[in-house]
Design a protein around this ligand. Sequence first.
Ligand code: ATP
Ligand code: SF4
Ligand code: MG
Length: 338
Amino acid sequence: MGAGATPAIEVRDLETQIDTKLGLIKAVDGVAFTVDPGETLGIVGESGSGKSITALSLLRLVPRPAARIVGGEVILDGEDLLRKSEAEMRKIRGRHISMILQDPQTSLNPVFSIGAQVVEAIAMHAKGSRDSLLKRAIEALRHVRVADPARRVDDFPHQMSGGMKQRVVGAIALGSSPRVLIADEPTTALDVTIQAQYLRLLKDIQAETGLAIIFITHDFGVVARMCDKVAVMYAGRVVEYGPVREIFVNPAHPYTRALLKSVPTIEEDVERLYSIRGQPPAFWDMPRGCRFEPRCDVALPHCKQDYPPEFTDPGSGKTRHCASCWALEETEWTRNRS
Ligand SMILES: Nc1ncnc2c1ncn2[C@@H]1O[C@H](COP(=O)(O)OP(=O)(O)OP(=O)(O)O)[C@@H](O)[C@H]1O
Ligand code: SF4
Ligand SMILES: [Mg+2]
């Protein structure tokens, strides 16, 4: 989308806490990003970095009663979703902002036919006779390229392959033409070929509809194929954010560099594949300074003391390339006002 487009969704300073057995943790700690219509944002980071809790916070579906959104804004159509009532949120979920989860098994109900489940999802946001809703359901299935959808509506989930089931989940999520789709690791349960087809399908639907996609993944290869920009999460915070090309060519944060080094390439011997030493810090025992410091190869003495401010690459365009790392103080990058 061209410069000046109103973002499909804008997230500012999002904070979500979870009350765990080991104490109150800040699973999402000041996360911010925007996604324009027709654009795809990738959220990457190791397991436990807060990607899913971020996604669930946007829909206000964080695990209850332990988790609570305690700060920030989620702006959709100029309105802050965090200030909506639960009744208003029910109308917004599925209709304006939808989500596809990793495992279609948990999204589909085994005892209802595919048709009934797609109809039910459409009926939540549209009125019409049973016949007209069924027609829309068949169209929604055709849209995600389920072959012979008029016949497949009578099938049950167990009669479909994993890839087909994930398409049905896509039809449910996209049936009411939302403006924002959150896809949380939607292809991890699929084999590689089916995965590639599914990603292609999402891109095609996006090109037709101008859908904004937030794509959560561990896989930088998927980011390269799917995303326009990327937010790299570490221990509940975004440590680097910017256009995908910039981040691949010129990664600024040592964590991003380490993640990129651990992406397998065809030539590489899998045995010798790079892995980042150590573990992410525990949320209930966060270092005071940079959270990546214990694992960082280029740490400076003061990295332990204070959390690094955010810096921006002065050469970056509309999508700014930013990172939070003390090492950027010695470069031409400019320090952002906090
Ligand atoms: N229901 C819950 N109760 C307690 N802690 C939780 C719960 N859900 C998530 N957490 C904690 O919140 C933190 C962030 O979890 P989250 O699921 O967002 O990570 P993630 O980045 O999506 O990881 P993965 O890549 O494994 O899916 C983790 O420390 C996790 O243990
Ligand atoms: S702030 Fe310091 S410890 Fe953290 S990533 Fe940058 S150089 Fe490494
Ligand atoms: Mg997750």
